[in-house]
Design a protein around this ligand. Structure first.
Ligand SMILES: [Fe+2]
Ligand SMILES: [Fe+2]
Length: 157
């Protein structure tokens, strides 16, 4: 990011980079959990559930990439080690049900994770609103997708 673009970011950069890195870690945990669930789900209509999970997992990976790009633009670095992802995440890796045909458990895992993500992006949006327009725009975009994820899985109940 150039000098002027950096100058107009009007907030504590270290704190913002920390928040973005924590959200970045959350995205990888969600990506991995959803992909695992997509690959292992069984039971009646499992193909639809697998497809929804896989599509959502892909969007979480896109969010991670978008956050990584913004972290770099702001002059920071994103988490280098996979073992640091869970340590730095806002929430622990979800406890997944052993019953691969338990759709209620899958829906709860996803809706809990999405609710958590919505809170995180809402917090970052409030923090960056009017202070860092580019990050604000990015987190609003991600927030709207997390809200769609939550709704899509809530509707399965
Ligand atoms: Fe996400
Ligand atoms: Fe999501």
């Amino acid at each position: 990011m150039g000098k002027e673009a950096k100058k107009i970011v009007n907030l504590d950069l270290k704190d913002l980079l920390n928040e973005l890195n924590k959200a970045y870690a959350d995205e990888w945990l969600a990506h991995y959990a959803y992909l695992y669930l997509a690959r292992t789900v069984t039971g009646a209509g499992y193909e639809d559930m697998a497809e929804m999970l896989e599509e959502t997992a892909k969007q979480e990976a896109e969010h991670a990439e978008e956050l990584a790009n913004r972290i770099l633009e702001l002059g920071g670095t994103f988490i280098a080690s996979i073992s640091d992802l869970e340590k730095n995440a806002n929430y622990p890796y979800p406890k997944l049900s052993k019953a691969t045909d338990d759709y209620d458990a899958i829906i709860k895992t996803v809706t809990d994770a999405e609710a958590g993500a919505i809170d995180v992006y809402n917090r970052i949006a409030l923090k960056t609103q009017g202070k860092d327009h580019v990050t604000y725009q990015l987190v609003c975009h991600i927030l709207s997708e997390e809200a769609q994820h939550e709704e899509k899985f809530e509707d399965l109940k």
